[in-house]
Ligand binder design. Sequence first.
Ligand code: NAD
Length: 410
Amino acid sequence: MSFAESSNYFFKQAADLLELSEDTIALLSQPYRELHVQVPIKMHNNQTKVFQGFRVQHSGARGPYKGGIRFHPEVDLDEVRALAQLMTWKTALVNVPFGGAKGGVSVDPSTLTESELEDISRTYFKNISHILGVQRDVPAPDMGTNEQTMAWMMDAYGAKFGHSPGIVTGKPIALGGSEGRTAATGYGVVIILKHYYKHLNKDLADQSIAIQGFGNVGMYAAKYLSELGCKVVAVSDVSATVYNEDGLDIESLQNQVTNGSFLQDSSENNILERDAVLSLNCDILIPAAIGGVINSNNWKNIQASVIVEAANAPITPFADYHLHNRGSVILPDILANAGGVIVSYFEWTQNIQQHWWSLEEVNQELEKMLYNAADECFRIQKDKNISLREAAYFIGVQRVIKALELRGFI
Ligand code: NAD
């Protein structure tokens, strides 16, 4: 099953529950628009190299298209298509007034010089700019992109269309970014987990946790969980897993990684192979790296009873089905990692109003919106006796359908 077929699989589960017509399913199984552009760059050795860039707009029924830009060697149209659809259901579930989109360039940013990375960011953004706009399509960071990339993209857009801070979110605060945006996705993962354990009347601080991916999302999730007193027993990155059954020193690992080293070179002495993180003995597993990592080959090895999808689509439909039947709880991506898009929404409104919020205001509003979305998922899950993923999709898809009906599309 391709990545895009996987996201359609979860959509179709909700479509069945909502008894949608074949025409409506056909409308939402495909994106509204797909753009594939060349990104030609003069490299430091003076040779011209052509990278492939994409922007896919899935649905704009509920507002401007919204979704991150990924720089990763495995980016292709199929992956971007799947991720764009996920964004449609995510923005609808947490009830921010956006549609869904995604973008990316097939490139390994770790192999580029700083000026090549800047050139790729500017050229890619310029080449897709005719379908973007503050009220049309508003990108954000994702894997391999960050505040600096967003600053270059905003600048490239401004050179063509005039100063437009609201054209991207996830910018540096000095250029109109929001307090709390950088940490928001990882912080949101922790808010959802805290809320879920409260719902169960259990203490999150008693749990042991393994996290795959120690980038923007994984690192902040690890930081806030260890601050809550949880035992983060393992974290991993593209190089290795580091493990300590008594709990890792997250602050020290964070300092090492932000200074440019990989986990395999860290001072922790129990270094395991990269994918070991997935099958360790722990209560909670948080995949926070790439898609499809829990699949038909390895789902049986997962020991954690709760899996929190901080990454987008880390569990394939096959593994999802079997893990659910086995009794594992999966907090789905469109809920668990929605903190990022919620604070992106706050950033966009601050840019439009040119009025700034404090970190306390941002985090208070973020918690409120995530609690509301989670409570709705818990209620629908119980009422309909379905999984949390099915409940989350049910709510998201239903909201998009309502908007399509009111606009007269269906
Ligand atoms: P990032 O580039 O900052 O970090 C990615 C991390 O994953 C790095 O530690 C990298 O070494 C690791 N990694 C890459 N390939 C791996 C592999 N094969 N095995 C193990 N680790 C691997 O990216 P990020 O922004 O933290 O995004 C991580 C995930 O979260 C992605 O799926 C992204 O779509 C999702 N997400 C991000 C945001 C956001 O605001 N950044 C919002 C929602 C969802």
